[in-house]
Ligand binder design. Sequence first.
Ligand code: PLP
Ligand code: COI
Length: 338
Amino acid sequence: MINNIEWSKLPFGYVKTHYNVRCYNRDGKWGEVEISSSEYINIHMAATALHYGQEAFEGLKVFRGKDGKLRVFRWDENAKRLINSAKGVMMAEPPMELFLEMLEKVVKLNEDFVPPYGTGASLYIRPLLIGTGPQVGVSPAKEYLLLIFVGPVGPYFKDGFKLVKMQIARDVDRAAPLGTGRFKVGGNYAASLSSVVRAHDEGYGSVLYLDAKEKRYIDEAGPANFFAIKNNVYITPDSTSILPSITNMSLQQLAKDLGLKVEARHVPVEELNTFEEAGACGTAAVITPIGEIVDRETGNRYTFGDEPGPVSKKLYETLQGIQYGEIPDMHGWVHIIE
Ligand code: PLP
Ligand code: COI
């Protein structure tokens, strides 16, 4: 184990590890998986990733259990989503087997960076797919790079399972209804930066975006999906411009297991007044309970109590329990890296 890291104090940030893994697709064929100790990529100045946004990424985590085993959570869903993002911006699609081979390789090569059990930290895996071939006209590249790097991380919202404040920003759209919001492509994050930085400066954890067309419904919760609890129902927005979150998909199943009803539907802003609990969910955010939402333009405030609600807490404990191997993995979500 690496011994100069304070595991339980890790933020969600970049940490240099030993190796990353890379594989090129040239003229439609994937080549050999390469191991690299460089943190840099040598890239053509006319690469489509740089000019025309041909890029997508993923985010998933490996957890070290009490039994010492390394568990990766629902890698197959991340692999499928990367294929979907690749389709969305016309990039070469990495086969599932290649994704798993590279993921297992990079985790094993950096095994001593997987945080110890009990520290609340995990190893974040960041697959990146970019168009590396040159084009000056707007068209897809003929060469792509799939790269996976890893790094130990702590909570995305710095206090972990504590209430955050979110800000509704009506003057910025993160993604258009029929645009790229449902793909995990860099442009969505570029579009969110100015409102996210402004929200931080104004004292909020992140931005709650409304649907771009009507500004009537809750859409995405910064780098996470939104969910709420009311009368034993788990409610989450159904929208064509949000990223289909694997955490949200898992929480919907766990909510059903706990006897809740699940509704994926339009969520009008006024309905915020009626929720008992609200939260943001995602790989980085896990479950981040929301204490207060303020509409920047109207000044309306919506509050959800002084501490995380019981359902959010139960869902958080169940999800993390499965990820750390403390609760039986009833749905076959966990893959052990031998
Ligand atoms: N929404 C956005 C915009 C994200 O960046 C993420 C993070 O991946 C999520 C939602 C949550 O998705 P997942 O639970 O698959 O990590
Ligand atoms: C994740 O949850 O994996 C994310 O990608 C969120 C963010 C850091 C972009």
